[in-house]
Design a protein around this ligand. Structure first.
Ligand SMILES: NC(=O)C1=CN([C@@H]2O[C@H](COP(=O)(O)OP(=O)(O)OC[C@H]3O[C@@H](n4cnc5c(N)ncnc54)[C@H](OP(=O)(O)O)[C@@H]3O)[C@@H](O)[C@H]2O)C=CC1
Ligand SMILES: O=C(CO)[C@H](O)[C@H](O)COP(=O)(O)O
Length: 483
């Protein structure tokens, strides 16, 4: 089959695909566009055809014929079964050396499976994370491609053109690693996104229910925070949301939205994967469970008569001091959740032999994506100066900040408990901090219990070997490793 003139094709033209296609076109590429339902293709060309060079295709065959070789087909359809259907449809029409890119939120194990199967057929498969939502897709997302280094040679320069730019001008994309590495990193991005959102939501509720601030006052506090070390897209949009008034009722918008958080699954995947890897990510897990708890109306209704503590209203000065403590607690907890995310990326990279550069991950999240934040530049610097840093908590600068925040952090968590305002993200982050820094954990007692009821054995602090105590007999200690 001879080649067409489009340098890239996008199939699946809902919010993400349509805007990515426009982004490619605005950057000077000729873009073939296709959608299962032709109406979306027609609408795109009618509304935005003037932005660049689009080649609309009604059928998959026309779409493939419109592409120059090697063909690059970007799929932006619903994750799961629909993605498999579309991959199969196009794999049939493509030729060895062509590249299929899946920019949906696919599970990285699906990406590994698809990559291996398509490799057998001579096709490159690039599972790529794309973050930034509708606006980012149009103006510059953060892009996390996996797949073979060869496929990045063909695709990378195009992705670098459409990606967001970090403050130092570098594009927010890089070859993350082979097969499922890109989708794995995107999954962890979303897990961190869940944790970040949960922590911000807790800060809001503490400021409202403990300090007594109104939503527009909290918006002002968040705007102030956004100028400092907490500066981030999520803090910025939270302030916007908190100033919005519901047109129908005149009430703060946040008060008319039902308090049941939904989820599409990437946060849950992060926790499930972390359990498999044996990496503790309690901050992300708490965020997933907090969403789940909010949605259990029947449990919440049944528990609603239970008593809580009496709250004492705060004066303005006390409230201002408390808000300062909440900033410290939010920042420290945020550092902890990012530390957990990076631990997980390292664990995944080791498990799957991906060789992911931890510093690069921070670099490509500095702009474009939902968790873009000022302090990502410092995470990048931490892993650049020490690629083997065992945890972000060991970086001297972050360690110093956590140490400085710890008293305020403890006070805020204590205030949440005293006032009956749940703050599972901040509490769990503090427990993680204390757990990691503890010279000795009660895991010793756990090991003894396991040995008592199940002869599961234990190791000693004072000598090598594996031991069991004869608990049911004379409590003699025996060595079980043959030593
Ligand atoms: N929305 C967001 O903010 C983000 C989304 N993503 C991911 O990007 C991908 C696209 O997201 P979004 O733009 O929101 O669109 P949706 O996830 O809502 O998917 C809609 C698109 O999928 C197509 N589609 C669904 N089923 C099939 C099928 N069986 N065969 C062919 N096409 C099918 C639809 O075609 P039709 O018009 O014919 O129904 C439409 O083009 C998803 O995987 C999503 O997880 C990633 C980052 C952010
Ligand atoms: O991928 C994303 C951003 O990068 C989306 O924001 C994410 O899909 C939202 O997830 P959920 O609906 O579970 O909150």
């Amino acid at each position: 089959m001879s080649g067409g003139r489009a340098q890239i094709g996008v199939t699946g033209l809902a919010v993400m695909g349509r805007n990515l296609a426009r982004n490619f076109a605005r950057n000077g590429y000729t873009v073939a566009v296709h959608n299962r339902t032709y109406g979306r293709t027609r609408d795109l060309v009618e509304q935005f055809g003037g932005e660049g060079d689009f080649v609309p295709a009604e059928t998959a065959e026309e779409f493939v014929a419109a592409l120059e070789r090697p063909r690059r087909v970007m799929i932006m359809v619903k994750a799961g079964g629909p993605t498999d259907t579309v991959i199969e449809e196009f794999a049939e029409l493509l030729e060895p050396g062509d590249v299929i890119i899946d920019g949906g939120n696919a599970h990285f194990e699906d990406t590994r499976r698809r990559e291996a199967a398509l490799r057998e057929r001579g096709l490159h498969f690039v599972g790529t994370g794309v973050s930034g939502g509708e606006e980012g897709a149009l103006n510059g997302p953060s892009i996390m491609p996996g797949g073979s280094p060869e496929s990045y040679e063909s695709l990378g320069p195009m992705l670098e053109r459409i990606a967001a730019r970090a403050p130092d001008g570098t594009p927010c994309t890089t070859h993350v690693g082979p097969d499922g590495a890109g989708h794995f990193v995107k999954m962890v991005h979303n897990g961190i996104e869940y944790a970040d959102m949960q922590l911000i939501a807790e800060a809001y509720q503490l400021l409202r229910d403990v300090a007594g601030y109104a939503p527009d006052e909290i918006a002002d506090i968040f705007r102030g925070w956004n100028e400092g070390r907490l500066g981030s897209y999520l803090i910025e949009i939270t302030a916007e949301v908190l100033t919005h008034t519901d047109a129908a009722t005149g009430a703060p918008f946040v008060d008319v939205v039902a308090d049941r958080a939904e989820q599409k699954g990437t946060g849950r995947w992060t926790v499930q994967t972390a359990l498999g890897l044996g990496t503790p990510v309690p901050g992300i897990a708490e965020a997933v469970f907090a969403r789940s708890l909010s949605g259990h109306t029947e449990l919440r209704t049944a528990a609603s008569p239970l008593p809580g503590p009496q709250r004492t209203p705060m004066g303005r000065d006390e409230a201002a001091d408390f808000a300062d403590g909440v900033e410290r607690s939010l920042y420290a907890s945020k550092v902890i959740s990012y530390a957990q995310g990076w631990d997980m990326i390292r664990a995944g990279s080791e498990e799957y032999d991906w060789h992911i550069d931890l510093s690069d991950v921070a670099a490509i999240w500095r702009a474009g994506c939902i968790i873009r934040a000022r302090f990502l530049d410092r995470i990048r610097a931490a892993f650049t100066s020490d690629p083997w840093l065992p945890t972000l908590l060991a970086d001297p600068e972050f360690a110093k900040e956590l140490g400085e925040a710890q008293y305020a952090w403890r006070d805020v968590v204590a205030a949440s408990v005293r006032n009956g305002v749940p703050a599972p993200g901040m509490s769990s982050a503090l427990a993680y901090y204390d757990g990691l820094r503890a010279p000795r954990l009660p895991a010793a007692l756990l090991q003894a219990q396991r040995d008592y009821f199940g002869a599961h054995t234990y190791q000693r602090t004072d000598r090598e070997g594996t031991f069991h105590t004869l608990w049911g007999g004379d409590r003699e200690e025996i060595r079980t490793d043959g030593g």
